[in-house]
Write a protein that binds this ligand. Structure first.
Ligand SMILES: Cc1cc2nc3c(=O)[nH]c(=O)nc-3n(C[C@H](O)[C@H](O)[C@H](O)COP(=O)(O)OP(=O)(O)OC[C@H]3O[C@@H](n4cnc5c(N)ncnc54)[C@H](O)[C@@H]3O)c2cc1C
Length: 443
């Protein structure tokens, strides 16, 4: 009898893992609440195309993507821009979200994965503390393993028993409430910096993004606080005053959504269960990109499952997935989560000063798209940053915040390198407690 794998939610990593597993003879079914052919948002996304290759997926047709230009980062006063300089072979691509979904789903179907649409998942089915299936609007489904790709508010993860030790919600300063919309292009003028990211826009805790595309202008506002129409209008108007290209006529999007922006889950597996993508908080903190990381995680997870020769899929064997994920990606992401926490502690003036005094440079903000290898190119060098800060920053309060961030990053590096290599409940729970403490706001 073939081994049954349930993918809960058609998240990007879940679909990619479904494809690899189906190709390897597993009986894989993806259960998704959306309607067939309608998945994804009405906007474009940017991600590293090398992640497709890692997940065994071919490049999309050439008319379905374009290479993205470098982003320019701004501090709240929007005076000094720091422009990335990504190497040409590491540039990310921009694609319509719906086309990304078509690419992933058609590949998975070709590999033999099955999809059940319009199926709302209500929670896990448990046998003791082992996940043995999912409860859905179309009935109960049982499997040997449940891969949770149901996003930031996954009902599977939220309803796991506490004894699994898996965090259910992101926590403080760990998710952006996001508004994303495409407006008309209000001027035909050539825009020098096409992709602008503004940190703490208008002094609000979060980020803003304006992209001057040929046919529209793209606005994203992501705040830790609740977003209201008034707040969106206030920040959009502020951006319009600096960026005349940003029109007022809504063309596409205009939705409120959530993105996790934090360190990956401290524990992402339990008996019969593995989380992937947003359900495991795999996005890049600060920026919120999660597609490439989910696709890379799919390869690691699928390889771990295939290596489990007895198809036991218990926490002992699935733990390898977490260890490998942290080695190649999670550790770097966790370090960036510390930088995000610094952002929540800075005043707008302090951040302006950091841009102006040269302690932050374009190189610091250039994250390689890591086109060919699994290993992330995200590199925060705390020692380098601190030495630079010590030399440049005269303000003792700001310097203290930066030094504490350096200390936080160092403790994260220690935590991620001392993660137990083999599953031992007591040791893992002790480790997870220490790891989580690294991100305490006043710690
Ligand atoms: C505005 C915005 C812009 C973004 N831009 C980028 C970008 O440019 N580049 C990038 O890399 N990332 C971007 N991201 C992040 C990216 O979308 C995610 O990190 C990535 O998609 C991985 O998430 P996921 O696929 O795991 O989860 P999701 O995309 O949330 O997918 C989860 C799936 O599970 C389904 N589901 C949820 N609950 C249930 C249920 N109860 N029953 C059945 N099905 C369910 C959902 O319908 C959905 O199909 C952006 C996110 C947002 C919100």
């Amino acid at each position: 009898m073939s081994v049954k794998i349930i993918v809960a939610g058609a998240g990007h990593g879940g679909i990619a893992a479904a494809a690899i597993l189906a190709q390897n003879g597993y009986d894989v079914t993806v259960y998704e609440r959306g309607k067939e052919g309608t998945l994804g948002y009405d906007w474009t996304d940017i991600f590293a195309p090398g992640a497709l290759k890692i997940a065994g997926i071919g490049m999309p047709p050439e008319d379905k993507y374009e290479y993205k230009e470098n982003m320019t980062f701004y501090s709240p006063n929007m005076k000094k821009g720091l422009r990335q300089n990504v190497a040409p072979d590491q540039l990310e691509i921009k694609m319509e979200r719906k086309d990304i979904y078509s690419l992933l789903i058609s590949h998975a179907v070709d590999c033999g994965a099955k999809f059940v649409y319009e199926c709302n998942i209500e929670g896990p089915i448990l046998f003791g503390n082992r996940v043995v299936g999912i409860k859905t609007s179309k009935g109960d489904f049982y499997g040997d393993l449940v891969i949770d790709a149901a996003g930031i508010e996954s009902p599977v993860k939220i309803n796991l028993p506490a004894v699994c030790g898996i965090e259910k919600v992101p926590g403080e300063f760990s998710q952006f409430n996001v508004f994303r919309a495409f407006y008309n292009r209000a001027t035909d003028e050539e825009v020098e910096d096409k992709y602008k990211v503004c940190l703490l826009p208008g002094g609000n805790l979060g980020v803003g993004w304006i992209a001057a595309e040929e046919e529209y202008s793209d606005l994203l506002i992501g705040l830790f606080d609740k977003l209201t129409d008034e707040k969106v209008n206030e920040i959009a108007e502020l951006f319009r005053s600096e960026n005349p290209v940003l029109g007022t006529e809504l063309k596409r999007g205009g939705q409120y959504v959530k993105i996790p922006v934090r360190q990956p889950l401290a524990i992402m597996v339990c008996d019969g269960y593995a989380a992937i993508g947003d359900s495991a908080f795999m996005t890049v903190p600060v920026i919120g990109s999660g597609i490439a990381n989910s696709l890379k995680a799919a390869r690691i997870l699928a390889d771990t499952i295939i290596a489990d020769k007895y198809n036991c899929f218990c926490v002992d064997t699935l733990w390898d997935y977490q260890v490998k994920y942290y080695k190649v990606l999670g550790s770097g992401l966790a370090q960036l989560a510390c930088v995000k926490l610094l952002l929540t502690q800075l005043t707008p003036d302090e951040l302006d000063y950091m841009f102006e005094c040269g302690v932050l440079t374009a190189k610091d903000l250039t994250i390689g798209a890591d086109s060919t290898s699994l290993v992330s190119m995200i590199k925060v060098n705390p020692a380098e940053l601190i030495e630079k800060a010590k030399g440049v920053i005269k303000d003792p309060v700001l310097l203290k915040k930066i030094l504490l961030t350096g200390k936080r990053i160092a403790s994260v590096v220690t935590a991620t390198t001392t993660m137990p290599r083999r599953w031992n409940r007591q040791q893992v729970f002790k480790w997870a407690k220490q790891y989580k403490m690294c991100f305490q706001i006043d710690g």
